[in-house]
Each structure stands twice: as C-alpha cells, then as structure tokens.
Ligand binder design. Structure first.
Ligand code: ADP
Ligand code: MG
Length: 574
C-alpha cells in the first residue's frame, strides 16, 4: 500500500473533504431523532404549536444540511476514489511498457488486462467506501449509542444481547465468504483469458469451425465465475434476514420494556420513539461495517494483484553510464548460452561467431532449432545467460537500450501493424519521417508497388492488427517500418515467408544495392532467400551445426544439403 498511496496526492483534497462532510452528515442524522423526541414530549404534550413549528423548522434545516453534506461527501469520495484508480491504472500501464520479454512471459496478457480494468476499478470503489462508509459507520455507531444511553441507560442494556448476536452472525458469514471473494478475481481472469484468445484469433476459430468448442470452453469458465459469485453473495443474502430478525426482535423488546417504563412514568413516549430510531441506526452501522470489511477483502486482493505487476522489476537493467553511440553494425557472439526464465534446459548452447559490418548473414534450420532465440539476444529482447553478445565491438548490455534498439532494427517473426494509416505505421520507425523517406523505405521493402496503387497512397487505412492486408503485404510493410529507423543492422526473422519468391529476390537485391553498409541477418526457411548471403549459419538443436557460404555448406553440412535437395526437388517437380 505504501507504494500506491503516493498516487493519491493529486486527489488528497477530495480524500480529506469527503470524510469531513461525512461526519457532518452523521451529526445531522443523529440530531433529527432527538429533535423528534422533543416535539413529541414537549410540543405535543403541551399542545405548544409555536414550539412544534420552531423545532420542526430546525429539523427540516438539519435534514437539508445532512443531505447537502451527504451529497458533497459522495461527490468528493467519488472523485478521490476514481481519480486514485486512474492514477494506479496509468502507473501500472507504464510499468508494463517497461517490461522485458521475459517479464511478459511470466504474466498472461488476459490477467494483465483484468488487473488494469477490474482490479483498478475495485480499488477505486473500495477507496470511495473507505472514505465514506468506513467513516460513517463507526461514527454513527458511537453517536447513536451515546444518544440511546443518554435517553435511557437501563433500556440501552438491550444492546448487550443484540450486538453480540449480530456480531457472531456477521463473523460467521465473513469467514465463509472471504475465500470466495478472493477467488472471484482469478475466475474473472480465466473468463478474460478465453475472451482474449478467442477474439484475437476469431478468424482461425471460424475457419476451423471451432465455435462450438470455444463456446463450451467459455461456458465452463463463465459458469464457474457465476457459481463463485453466487455462492459468495448467498452468504450476504442469508445475513439479511438474520439482521432483520435481530432488528425487529430488539424493537419488540424495546417496546415491551419501554412501554412498561412509560406506564410507571420513568420514560416518555417521545424518548421511546427516538430510542427505536437510534437502535436501528446502531444495528445498521454494524451491518455497514461488516459490508465494508467484505469489500475491503476484495480490495486487498486487487491491491496485491496490482502490486505484483508494479513490483516486478524488468530483468533487463540498464547500467548507470550507458554508451550512446553504436559505432558500426558488426556483430559477434562469444561463448553465448541462453536459458529461458523458468526453463531448465539451455535453449542456446555455446554460440560463437562474428560478422563484419555490412555483411549479410543467413540463418537456416528446422523450426525449434532456436533461430529466433539467437537473434533476440542482439537487440536485448532477452539477456544472455552466459557469454556476451557484441554490436560494434561493445557488449550490448553497455549500450543505452533505446539507442541499441534504434540501431539494431528487428522485424519479429510475429510482426503486426497498428490501427491507423500506412503513414502512421511507418512513423513508428521514425517519428519525423518525410514522405520521401517513407516511400524510399517502402520501395526497398518492395511494398511501394501495392501502396502506390491505392488512391489515398500513404493515407490508406490500416485496421487493427493490419487485418486488411495479406500476410505478404504485412511482412513488407513491417520491413519498411524497420528500415525507417536507418539502422546499422537489421534482422529479418522469417520476414519474407509469405512473400512470393520473385518479390523476395527483389527485396534481397534492393538490400544489397541500396543498403550496402547495413548488416543484414536473414532467417529463412527457403534456401533461395539466403543463398547469396556472405555467410550462412545452420542451426541445429540450439547449436551452430556449421557456418559458411552456400557452396561451402553444400560440401560440408549434411543438414544444409538435405534442405537444399528437398527444395530443389520441389522446384523441379513443378
Ligand atoms: N518465450 C519462451 N519461453 C520459453 N521457451 C521458449 C520461448 N520461446 C521459445 N522457446 C523455446 O525455445 C526453443 C527455440 O525456439 P525458437 O527460437 O523460436 O526456434 P525457431 O525460431 O528456430 O523456430 C523452442 O523449443 C521453444 O519451445
Ligand atoms: Mg522462429
């Protein structure tokens, strides 16, 4: 909580005003029954119309003031609560932006979404309640108790029976409902998990006709959420009649003993009427306190879920005096091994190689041979477990991360576009890119050809995930975006897999001719995508099987030869 409370700073005035106004409202609520008893005992008893009118007016004023105070308190409370929630949401979101890939592996996306929405909302609501209910209930309890003891202390002894009964009932319910309320959030997570996975892949779901399966999966989790919520609420529902029973029994007891006192003249009718009101107020506040505790439980569960996110430190740390210039695009791996966090086996084993600035390196190997893992270490998407990766002769961990990632451009295997226009997507690469620069990059990526065919050209719309483009078009746009960073090295992780062979060859040619100084690493499935590379690495089960030029590898690498032969057969077979 210490970590979150400072976020309240902006709303501190509201957070202070809300309880103050709440206390004023309680004072009004407590005074009204007292005035009522005066009207009955003095005004009505003496048939004093003037007295009744005067006290009546005071009562109305008190009621109006209590209402105004109540509304103000709610207003300030809502401001403080939801403002606080918004600050927490912002801070959590910012924290997630700084996460490394390894951090992201440890949370599911849907659980992060639930935390940013549901949990932040819960914290906002509970904060609002803390400022209002948590203040109102105890004050009301104490004031109403004092008033009832003042009116008739012998009659007030009824509380000695009523309060413990109610307290036991509340304690029992809370202890039963508590674990269920804590479980609720995880069930929400699970429902969100299915929704997220389904909606992002809805087209695949449809093409495989898996709607029924998905619906069943959703129903199961949705039902689980409902049952848990229902069970938790049931306890509260049971508590209500118990509460009413206690209240009405108490009122009957008060009427019984109070009536007796009236007949012997130790109590007045007005006192009895106000006494009953106070008794109800006392019991109501106790009920309110229990409801508040229930919500506090939910709130504390949400707070710890938010803290989990906020307290996760990025695994990728920057050193204090980072180097802010990348000299050239040379890359070397020295005894590099890598294990994914939480995994027990090494995914990369003792990798050694180096390439000069401006060279083109091809990487080939079966899926799962750790090609992607290898290149992810270059822009520090993950940090090595052993050894070191150097760019421009300097260990990547010594660079300012922003500069490193700017100079080492990466087209991810699972790349995506963002909703907007082609221009806005290109500006991800360079914020102030001119149209000429953008067109230049599009040309090198062989994307200009289709972009220029649109009437609105660069302003052509991009839907969420770039769904209105074909796989090959998306890949080419992603390459252009990466080129705009004017990098010293560019990594294409299987980035032309959906592009036809002719276009692919044009991209290779454009890179060679127009970007001779940029180091290029190409991961590919097709030999044709890499055969002209200066050097080629053949990956096998996390190690380099062999390295050399196309011709050399045909001689010495059985794996390379096998891939080559199988792809030749395909070509000849056509
Ligand atoms: N984020 C991750 N967490 C844990 N293991 C991973 C992760 N990404 C990939 N792996 C594992 O690392 C191995 C290599 O994967 P990858 O580098 O993607 O292979 P390739 O790109 O050659 O197909 C695989 O066995 C895969 O299961
Ligand atoms: Mg891969």
């Amino acid at each position: 909580m210490k970590k979150l409370l400072p976020l309240m700073r902006k709303y501190i005035v509201f957070a202070i005003l809300s309880p103050i106004f709440m206390i004023l409202e309680v004072l009004g609520d407590v005074i009204i029954p007292y005035l009522m008893s005066k009207i009955v005992d003095i005004g009505i008893a003496n048939q004093d119309i003037d007295y009744i009118i005067t006290i009546g007016i005071i009562m109305i004023i008190a009621a109006i003031l209590a209402m105004v105070f109540g509304v103000s308190s709610s207003f300030f409370g809502a401001n403080a609560g939801y403002g606080f929630a918004a600050e927490i949401r912002q801070k959590t979101f910012e924290k997630i932006q700084g996460y490394s890939f390894a951090n992201l592996d440890s949370f599911t996306i849907s659980s992060l979404i639930t935390r940013l929405t549901n949990d932040c909302n819960t914290i906002g609501q509970v904060t609002m309640m803390s400022l209002r209910m948590a203040i109102r209930a105890p004050f009301m309890l104490v004031f109403a108790l004092i008033m009832s003891f003042r009116i008739n202390s012998s009659l007030a002894k009824i509380f000695l029976v009523a309060l413990p009964v109610l307290a036991i009932a509340i304690f029992f319910t809370l202890s039963k409902a508590r674990p269920l309320f804590l479980k609720l959030q995880t069930h929400v997570d699970k429902v969100n998990g299915v929704i997220q996975e389904n909606l992002t892949n809805i087209r695949i779901v449809k093409s495989f006709n898996r709607q029924d399966f998905e619906e069943a999966k959703f129903k199961k989790r949705n039902d689980n959420l409902m049952y848990t919520a229902f069970k938790a609420i049931s306890y509260i529902i049971i508590l209500m009649p118990v509460f009413n029973l206690v209240v009405y029994s108490t009122i009957i007891a008060v009427l019984w003993f109070g009536g007796k006192q009236i007949t012997i003249g130790t109590m007045t009718g007005g006192a009895l009427i106000s006494f009953i009101t106070y008794i109800t107020q006392v019991l109501m506040s106790l009920m309110m306190i229990s409801m508040y505790f229930m919500n506090l439980l939910r709130g504390s569960a949400s707070v710890s879920r938010i803290l989990e996110v906020v307290n996760t430190e990025s695994e990728i740390n920057e050193i204090s005096m980072p180097i802010d210039e990348v000299r050239d695009g040379s890359i070397s791996f020295e005894n590099v091994s890598f294990t994914y966090p939480g995994s027990s086996e090494r995914t990369l084993k003792n990798i050694n190689f180096s390439i000069k600035s401006g060279e083109t390196l091809g990487i080939i190997g079966s899926t799962g041979s750790s090609k992607s893992t290898l290149v992810q270490l270059i822009p520090r998407l993950y940090d090595v477990t052993e050894g070191s990766v150097k760019v421009g002769g300097v260990d990547v961990r010594e660079y300012d991360m922003e500069i490193l990632r700017h100079k080492v451009s990466f087209v991810l295997q699972k790349n995506t576009l963002f909703s907007g226009t082609i221009r806005s997507n290109m500006k991800w690469g360079k914020e102030d890119a001119t149209d000429e620069e953008i067109i230049d990059a599009l040309k090198n990526a062989q994307a200009w050809e289709f972009v220029s065919s649109y009437d609105d050209g660069l302003d052509h719309i991009v839907e969420q995930n770039g769904d209105n483009y074909s796989g090959g078009q998306k890949q080419r746009l992603a390459i252009a975006r990466a080129l705009l960073k004017s990098p010293k090295a560019i990594i294409l992780d299987d980035s032309t897999s959906a592009v036809d062979m002719t276009t692919d060859a044009k991209i290779q040619k454009a890179f060679k001719e127009n970007l001779p100084d940029v180091t290029t690493i190409i991961i590919a499935q097709r030999i044709s995508s890499i055969e002209h590379a200066d050097r080629i690495i053949v990956m096998h089960e996390g190690s380099i099987e062999s390295m050399g030029s196309h011709e050399e590898l045909l001689e010495k690498s059985p794996i390379y030869k096998e891939i080559y032969v199988s792809q030749q057969k395909g070509v000849i077979g056509q």
